[in-house]
Design a binder for this molecule. Structure first.
Ligand SMILES: [Zn+2]
Length: 453
């Protein structure tokens, strides 16, 4: 239910929004790619700009911090009023590389508004998340009714390689009662969401050998098996005819409470007309709550270099998404065992484990989640927020949960289904972003003790 106080907070956000929009545009202009081989001086510049914007927003204690080998993060703290909880607001200031520039309709690092959208690398993922936090703080003139710790990471897009050490080293500085991790998205334009489940990840390499060295395909073909055909047949055993994962022993988390129309999935995924969808169950169940197996690369002779020989060895990388509740080690073991035991014709097979990431399910009940849903509903003019899963993995969520086991974790975000994060023409829906800023300011107000509201 919205209150007179809600209207005041909303008006305060609307007052500061033009300044925060300018902050966001300044952030987008810095090409802060933390990937190896990119100019990390830009990541440093980006951290310095974030620190400056935090100070401008009224955050009294701002530091740029990193651990050995890591990129600079910004930590800003506003102490909690007596009796009030502390809320950690997370986002990241590094961005994905631009990729093929010819795919962009505007300059990637020049924020450009077209219609309701602001285009630019990082305009959504996740500089708009940084800006939403700044909006919430500015709306209270730097004195929100709860303690706030801003934590703006600088290496999320590279998989947060030093985050675990960072959270450990600065645990005292970062400790909070509520974590707002603003790096996900909403269900659709006009419908807010809390992200409450994430799939995990297990990947591996499989190499098949049938010969000591390649031999003439005319001399031996039809008698001696080649490694590439043998590998293809092995990979084909990973799914049944409907495209359901055929690796035995994997966990499924059951139906979801949300439906996605097939038309929407087809549009958003760009799947070609006439191509059937794979798997069984509702679309959200398949995408969020069941495992998926994908062959993501094969090493073998290229078509250009193909000669009339039987290929002696071939290798594939296999990526598996894991349902919430799946033990990732058990899933990896099941995948490796399947590959070892399904190779045909007595070929030699070697499987090597790759990366592992735990799935995560948030128990989204209790007063903090009630306050967040209330804030979302008010900011979205009465639209009820959806508890959303995502088919991908955000490994840092589990790391935060490990580091701060008693904190309530809210995974929020500014992206809508058209944001094209990581792709060409990334953009932010400005109307939805305003609502996200309002929701976050309302949340801070609602988490304050009754006497402070
Ligand atoms: Zn992100």
């Amino acid at each position: 239910m919205s209150t007179p106080r809600d209207a005041d907070v909303t008006a305060a956000v609307d007052r500061v929004l033009p300044e925060v929009r300018a902050d966001l545009e300044r952030l987008v202009r810095v090409p802060s790619v933390a990937f190896p081989g990119f100019d990390h001086e830009q990541v440093r510049r980006s951290a310095e700009l974030v620190a400056e914007l935090c100070r401008d927003a009224g955050v009294p204690d701002v530091q740029i911090l990193s651990v050995e080998g890591g990129q600079p993060a910004v930590v800003g703290r506003i102490p909690a009023p007596p009796g009030a909880p502390t809320v950690l607001l997370y986002a990241h200031h590094d961005v994905q590389p631009v990729g093929d520039e010819s795919g962009w309709n505007t300059a990637a690092f020049e924020p450009t508004q077209q219609g309701e959208r602001l285009y630019g690398r990082g305009a959504a993922d996740d500089k708009a998340g940084v800006a939403a936090h700044l909006a919430a703080i500015r709306a209270f003139d730097g004195r929100p009714p709860v303690g706030v710790t801003l934590f703006i990471e600088g290496e999320e897009e590279c998989g947060s390689p030093t985050l675990e050490r960072f959270l450990h080293e600065y645990a005292e500085l970062l400790t909070a009662d509520v974590l707002v991790l603003a790096d996900s998205g909403n269900w659709d334009v006009g419908t807010p969401a809390l992200t409450t489940s994430l799939r995990g990840l297990a990947d591996c390499y499989v190499e098949v050998r049938t010969l000591e060295h390649p031999v003439h395909s005319g001399m031996y073909g039809g008698v001696v098996p080649d490694a590439l055909t043998t590998l293809c047949r092995l990979l084909a055993t990973l799914h049944d005819e409907q495209g359901t994962v055929a690796v035995p022993g994997l966990h499924e988390a059951g139906p979801t409470g949300v439906e996605m129309p097939e038309k929407r999935l087809r549009e958003e995924s760009s799947v070609l007309d006439g191509v059937q969808l794979v798997g069984t169950g509702s679309i959200t169940e398949r995408n969020w709550n069941k495992p998926a197996v994908t062959v993501i690369g094969i090493d073998c002779p290229s078509v250009q270099n193909a000669s009339n020989t039987l290929v002696a060895s071939a290798r594939a990388k296999i990526s598996m998404r894991l349902a919430p509740g799946q033990d990732p080690e058990a899933a990896m073991a099941a995948l490796l065992e399947h590959l070892r035991t399904h190779v045909e014709w007595g070929a030699s097979v070697t499987v090597t484990r790759g990366e592992l990431g735990a799935p995560y399910q948030i128990d989204a009940t209790g007063p903090v989640f009630d306050a967040a849903r209330d804030a979302f509903r008010t900011a979205w003019d009465g639209a009820a927020p959806v508890d959303m899963g995502i088919g991908g993995s955000i490994p840092f969520v589990a790391e935060f949960a490990d580091a701060f086991p008693s904190a309530a974790i809210l995974v929020t975000g500014v992206e809508d289904p058209d944001a094209r994060a990581h792709g060409a023409n990334e953009s932010l829906h400005l109307g939805e972003w305003r609502r996200a800023c309002v929701a976050e300011a309302l949340l801070l107000a609602k988490l304050a003790p009754a006497s402070e509201r």
